[in-house]
Design a protein around this ligand. Structure first.
Ligand SMILES: NC(=O)c1ccc[n+]([C@@H]2O[C@H](COP(=O)([O-])OP(=O)(O)OC[C@H]3O[C@@H](n4cnc5c(N)ncnc54)[C@H](OP(=O)(O)O)[C@@H]3O)[C@@H](O)[C@H]2O)c1
Length: 287
């Protein structure tokens, strides 16, 4: 795998190694400076804005196989590696139970053995804890979650089915109500803060990105924009939900061009800071 990519922003432009690129963003520093959790999310998207299209087996949607690629997956893993809590959804656990999803952080994969070492060096357990967001609470708890030592926490809406809450708390972990008809990003992240989580990675989809944005709790958005157009209906985009009261502005943080991605078509690795979130001066120009 050719490791070189081109940094286009911040200037001056330079050649960078793919491996280690997002580790160099040093995401664990932020919560120490701001004394609040640092929350970030990541998507891979086609040039025409699709993050998910109908699954080949006819059930639900999945990341298009024509845009998913190893180089982006490496960076996804580097983002997950730096977290102490991963946000996922009821949908993800249903897919996992149906054999259509995999472990988010692949510390067991020999390709990512350096990332396992990175967590050890930073005194972090092999896997981050996991937060599941679900209104329905209708999801199976995979054994792999309960067997490992990591904690599972669940965020749901008002008046949950108390029998189901008992079942989940007996097998997996604590259930928190954080919102009326929708989980509130603000209440949820406040609860995560109180539980001691500092660096929080959302690997979930467009509705969860909406609640993080609406709650004003997202700090950074990572986007891989692939040089392929897909067309087709239905599809998911990066954010889905009601119109925001006011448009949400972002500031470009980094931009890299990966000319080797997608068999030479290329892809852009972008990251944005949310405009309403203070950015430590030291990180305005990442090296
Ligand atoms: N290309 C990419 O980078 C990328 C990234 C992430 C996901 N995806 C794809 O996008 C598609 C959708 O992803 P997803 O289903 O994880 O994302 P999602 O649409 O954000 O979330 C789905 C589930 O989360 C719960 N949920 C969402 N918003 C909620 C709210 N406001 N309050 C309470 N619960 C809420 C619901 O669970 P319950 O139904 O249990 O109530 C819902 O089914 C999937 O095909 C996935 O593979 C692609």
């Amino acid at each position: 795998m050719d490791e070189l990519i081109t940094q286009l922003y911040p200037l001056p432009s330079s050649e960078r190694q793919l491996k280690g690129l997002y580790l160099s963003h040093n995401l664990r520093q932020y919560s120490h400076v701001s004394k609040k959790p640092f929350v970030y999310a990541n998507f891979i998207v086609s040039l025409d804005g699709r993050i998910a299209v109908p699954h080949e087996d006819g059930n639900g949607q999945a990341v298009p196989t024509s845009i998913a690629n190893e180089r982006d997956w490496r960076l996804f893993q580097e983002l997950a590696t730096q977290s102490d809590l991963l946000i996922s959804s009821g949908r993800y656990l249903r897919d996992w139970a149906a054999g259509r999803a995999q472990e988010i952080l692949r510390v067991d994969d020999p390709r990512f053995s350096d990332l396992k070492g990175w967590r050890l060096d930073h005194n972090l357990p092999p896997q981050p804890d996991i937060a599941i967001i679900s209104s329905s609470l209708e999801f199976p708890i995979p054994e792999v979650l309960t067997k490992s030592r990591r904690k599972v926490i669940v965020f749901t809406t008002n008046n949950p089915d108390l029998e189901r809450v008992k079942e989940i708390e007996a097998t997996a972990g604590k259930v928190f109500v954080a919102g009326d008809s929708s989980v509130s990003g603000e209440k949820m992240v406040q609860q995560m803060h109180e539980l001691g989580y500092h660096t929080i990675y959302s690997a979930a989809g467009p509705k969860i990105l909406h609640l993080l944005l609406k709650g004003g709790v997202l700090d950074r958005l990572y986007l891989t924009q692939t040089n392929r157009l897909l067309g087709g209906q239905p599809f998911s985009s990066i954010v889905e939900g009601d119109l925001f009261d006011a448009p949400i502005g972002v500031n470009l943080h980094t931009l890299y061009f990966d000319s080797h991605g997608l068999d030479g078509l290329g892809q852009l690795f972008m990251s944005y800071n949310l405009a309403n979130q203070p950015i430590p001066k030291s990180e305005m120009n990442p090296q």
